[in-house]
Ligand binder design. Structure first.
Ligand SMILES: [Zn+2]
Length: 298
């Protein structure tokens, strides 16, 4: 089934980095793509810091990210939302989901699950306590689909593609999927523009939206930057932090990556001139319809 139609309303996009390190060229692409889509629709662009998982948060990374965005003239609307301050809202959503009868407590160890691509259903009949163990949601038999402008029509038979997935970990940390769905709802996000590496999260998020009776935003997945080894450029494989001293060149290269054709002389111009060109000339249909593009220069 296709997501519910959105009533005519203000476009609201967002950028949601996790503060596990500095911004790099890969994250800049998602920022620039989501920003320009929001501007093209005369909408708003919100910023969310996904600092949900304490062990992954690097001290000082949040403020470094905000500073880097500002140095690239990527200015957001409304106050920044920090996931670490949203625990009550996530718990509320967990309680709401519990009324569906689809949640169960999971006591499986990492070892018990390591051979399985999908959750094997060991604990499906276990009682649910919201207090101490991991919580999963049962995947119902249904097919979810979206029409992605860059990645094409996506179809997910939920049970086979996703299986029963984690809503809250045993250590009490709410899952990325639940947190994102609650935050997108509370921030009234209408359009999610992000990297294709998050395509797999989309059916989980649409499913949770349906169970929570939230509207589903429109999802668009940009190509991600890959290294020569075919892996996504990421903090994990030590992509270089963005150098704000070369901000205009960084934006210029991000625009080129996204299939735009900024005139060559703009590479040496000011950020203001470059952004003005980008906002006037952004063409969403020029973005390559590919999940990944190899970049040679980083
Ligand atoms: Zn289990």
């Amino acid at each position: 089934m296709l997501p519910k139609d959105q009533p005519t309303q203000l476009y609201r996009g967002r950028f949601a980095p996790s503060p596990s390190g500095d911004l790099h060229f890969g994250s800049l692409i998602a920022a620039v793509g989501s920003y320009l889509e929001a501007k093209r629709h005369h909408g708003e662009w919100l910023l969310r810091i996904e600092d949900l998982d304490p062990p992954r948060v690097v001290t000082g990374a949040s403020s470094a990210i905000l500073k880097t965005l500002e140095q690239h003239h990527l200015y957001w609307d409304h106050p920044v939302l920090y996931q670490s301050k949203q625990t009550k809202q996530y718990h509320q959503a967990l309680k709401q989901l519990a009324t569906s009868g689809l949640l169960f407590g999971c006591h499986c160890t990492r070892n018990q699950l390591k051979e399985h691509r999908l959750y094997p259903g060991n604990c499906i009949n276990a009682a649910l306590s919201l207090d101490y163990h991991a919580v999963r949601i049962q995947a119902e038999t249904m097919t979810l689909s979206t029409r992605d402008p860059w990645q094409g029509v996506q179809r997910w038979p939920l049970k086979q593609a996703v299986g029963d997935f984690i809503i809250r970990r045993a250590d009490g940390v709410y899952s990325y999927q639940l947190a994102v769905v609650v935050d997108d709802y509370l921030q009234k996000i209408t359009h999610v523009v992000r990297g294709s590496d998050l395509l797999d999260s989309t059916p989980r998020q649409i499913y949770l939206q349906q169970k929570l009776d939230y509207p589903t935003p429109l999802y668009s997945h940009l190509p991600v930057a890959g290294g020569r080894n075919g892996n996504k450029l990421s903090k994990q494989n030590l992509a270089k932090p963005l150098n704000s001293a070369t901000a205009p060149q960084n934006i210029f290269q991000a625009l080129q990556f996204l299939g735009q054709h900024p005139p060559q002389d703009l590479e040496r111009s000011s950020l203001t001139t470059l952004w003005q060109w980008a906002e006037e000339n952004w063409k969403a249909d020029h973005v390559p319809h590919q999940p990944m593009i190899t970049v040679e220069f980083r």
